[in-house]
Design a protein around this ligand. Structure first.
Ligand SMILES: C[S@@+](CC[C@H](N)C(=O)[O-])C[C@H]1O[C@@H](n2cnc3c(N)ncnc32)[C@H](O)[C@@H]1O
Length: 264
């Protein structure tokens, strides 16, 4: 079976499957391993990191998605997360999406799993206007993993700008991946990962939680939870506010407690 560096085969900025979930088996492996994506024995695209992080991610998803029915995944990559999560949550329609060139690989995973709750993947590139096919459904959950550090910051902004067109009121947005806080890396391995990303693709890099949170607020989302995940990753969960809530969230009320104030 052919092995390949998935990032480099198509020589496209979109083809990368870069996460920093790989365990550093050797001192140099931290920077090398995340770039490797190989072919699955069934000749499907295969991401080893997806296998490693799927169980802790599923634990978080199951806490939030029990009453959700219609989820859109952005940047589904190989499609491995989709088939694993959709099999574990059969009540949920799991709609995969990615840039067009990744759809055949995702379809291979969907075909093999043959689940009833995984429709054909949609072409969705956040840097482009949303296609009618994407806009015809509103979702009560959107999930994306290991994408914000791969997209340019402009693309991240486009992603959040599109959310109001995709989400129902009270919908959840769930984002998994590495984040910086107050401009600082949360670990040395994250700092190295960021440097390795930027060395080849300067528009990539670990995003600041505060900047992403500002985009979320503008999109009418309220942060529900920020969960610590293995390998210095986070799982961030927001809920789409009603119009009234969103207005209130932006207004500084005169009786509001100053930041850091504690109840007596
Ligand atoms: C590191 S991979 C993560 C794949 C998968 N979510 C996972 O966790 O294994 C990053 C994904 O983001 C997608 N991506 C990058 N730029 C994108 C864009 N502008 N619009 C939509 N997806 C994009 C890539 O095609 C790729 O599938």
């Amino acid at each position: 079976m052919p092995l390949r560096w998935y990032k480099d085969v198509s020589n496209s900025r979109h083809a990368a499957h870069l996460s920093h979930d790989e365990p550093p088996a050797a001192p140099h492996a931290r920077t090398q391993a995340p770039y490797l994506s190989i072919r699955h024995p069934m000749d499907k695209p295969y991401s080893p990191s997806s296998e490693r992080n799927r169980t802790p991610i599923l634990t978080v998803l199951q806490q939030h998605l029990t009453r959700r029915l219609n989820l859109l995944e952005i940047g589904s990559g190989t499609g491995q997360h989709a088939v694993y999560f959709a099999a574990a949550m059969p009540h949920l329609r799991w709609q995969t999406s990615d840039v067009a060139q990744n759809l055949p690989g995702i379809q291979q995973w969907l075909d093999e799993a043959a689940l009833s709750n995984t429709p054909a993947p949609l072409a969705l590139d956040v840097s482009l206007p949303l296609a009618a096919e994407v806009l015809q459904t509103r979702y009560d959950a959107v999930y994306t993993a290991n994408t914000l550090h791969i997209m340019s910051w402009e693309e991240v902004q486009h992603l959040f700008a599109a959310l109001p067109m995709l989400l129902t009121e009270n919908a959840l947005l769930i984002i998994y991946g590495p984040f910086n806080y107050k401009g600082k890396f949360t670990s040395e391995s994250n700092a190295q990962f960021d440097a390795s990303l930027r060395s080849t693709q300067p528009h990539r890099g670990i995003r600041d939680f505060e900047a992403v949170e500002a985009l979320a607020l503008t999109a009418g989302l309220r942060l529900l939870e920020d969960v610590s995940m293995p390998a210095n990753n986070r799982c961030l969960i927001w809920r789409k506010m009603s119009v009234g809530e969103a207005l209130g969230a932006r207004v500084v009320r005169p009786d509001a407690e100053p930041p850091g104030a504690t109840a007596a």
